[in-house]
Write a protein that binds this ligand. Structure first.
Ligand code: PDD
Length: 281
C-alpha cells in the first residue's frame, strides 16, 4: 500500500508524520472520507468544498488547490489499485514546537492521503440483514459541523457499540432527540411513511451522503421532514437507517436491543440504498 505524505508517495509502513505535528499533539486538523466506486471519487467536489469549510472554520491555511488535491486523491487511489473502496484525506495545522496557540504564520499544513478497498459484497450482505444501533448521551463539543479529527467521544461511543454487538452509536441530546451517529447521520421512517432526519444546522455534521439521500428521496416522491426525532419516535418507527460515505445507506433493524419495525431492512431504506449512485456525482 502507498500513502501520500506532504508531497511524497511512500510505502505505507514508512508513511509517517513528525512527532510535533499538531494533528498528533492536539488533534488540530480536519479530514474527509470519500467513497471510491469504479475508480471514481463519489461526490468529490462536495467533499472538497466541505474540507474548505472545515479549514476555514478553524483558520487552517488551504494547503493546495482543489485541482492539486484532486490529482493527489486520484493518484493514491490509482497507486493502491482501488476500484471500490474509500480514500481518506487529512489536513492538520502542521509541525511546530508544542504550544497551544496557532504556530507562526507560514507553518505549512500537513497533508496525508490514504486509500483502501472495501469488500462491497460483504457490505451488501450486511445491508441485506441490517445493523444494530445503541444510544449514548451526547457529549461532544458544539462544533460538530466541522469535520475535525478530534474524535474521542466518537471513538468511545463506537467502542461501546462494538462491545454491545452494534454497528453504530446514536448520540442523544439532553432533550431526548437523536443528533447523529458516531460516524454517520441518523434517519427514521415514521409509521405514516415520512422520512425524518435532523436539520443540518442542528448539532450534526452535514453529511454529503445525507445531502444526496435527501435529493434521492425527493426525486422518488417520498415525504420528507428535516426535523429532530426522539429516541421514543425511533422506537415507534417502521424503519431506521444510517448514512455515510463509508456505508452509503445502511438499514438499522435494532435499537438498544429492540427491533425496529419488523426487524428487517425496510423498503424505503433498501430503495434509497439501491438508487443512491444514480444521484451521486
Ligand atoms: N464519517 N456524522 C459524522 C459524525 C461523521 O463522522 C460522518 C462521516 C457523517 C456522514 O458524513 P458523509 O455522508 O459526508 O460521509 C456524519 C466518516 C465516514 C468517518 O469518520 O469515517
Amino acid at each position: 500500500r502507498i500513502a501520500y505524505v506532504n508531497g511524497r508517495y511512500l510505502p505505507h509502513r514508512h508513511a509517517s508524520v513528525h512527532v510535533e505535528d499538531r494533528g498528533y499533539q492536539f488533534a488540530d486538523g480536519v479530514y474527509e472520507v470519500c467513497e471510491v466506486l469504479g475508480g471514481r471519487l463519489v461526490d468529490e467536489r462536495r467533499h472538497l468544498e466541505r474540507l474548505d469549510r472545515s479549514l476555514r472554520e478553524l483558520a487552517i491555511p488551504t494547503p493546495m488547490t482543489h485541482a492539486a488535491l484532486s490529482a493527489v486523491l486520484h493518484e493514491v487511489v490509482r497507486r493502491n489499485s482501488v476500484t471500490d473502496g474509500m480514500v481518506y484525506l487529512q489536513v492538520t495545522r502542521g509541525v511546530a514546537r508544542r504550544d497551544h496557540p496557532f504556530p507562526p504564520p507560514g507553518t505549512a499544513p500537513s497533508v496525508v492521503v490514504t486509500a483502501r478497498r472495501t469488500d462491497r459484497a460483504a457490505q451488501d450482505a450486511t445491508a441485506a440483514k441490517g445493523v444494530a444501533v445503541i444510544t449514548v448521551p451526547e457529549n461532544r463539543w458544539p462544533r460538530v459541523d466541522i469535520k475535525s479529527t478530534s474524535l474521542l467521544p466518537n471513538v468511545l461511543a463506537k467502542q461501546q457499540a462494538k462491545e454491545a454487538g452494534a454497528r453504530e452509536a446514536w448520540f442523544v441530546a439532553p432533550d431526548g432527540t437523536v443528533t447523529e451517529g458516531a460516524s454517520t447521520n441518523a434517519w427514521i421512517v415514521t409509521p405514516d411513511r415520512r422520512i425524518l432526519t435532523r436539520p443540518a444546522e442542528g448539532g450534526i455534521l452535514r453529511g454529503i451522503t445525507r445531502t444526496v439521500v435527501l435529493e434521492v428521496a425527493k426525486a422518488l416522491g417520498y415525504q420528507l421532514e428535516e426535523r429532530a426525532f426522539t429516541v421514543a419516535e425511533a422506537h415507534a418507527a417502521s424503519e431506521a437507517f444510517i448514512t455515510a460515505a463509508t456505508t452509503v445507506v445502511m438499514p438499522v433493524v435494532r435499537l438498544d436491543g429492540v427491533l425496529v419495525g419488523q426487524g428487517v431492512p425496510g423498503p424505503i431504506a433498501t430503495t434509497l440504498r439501491l438508487k443512491f449512485h444514480d444521484f451521486s456525482e
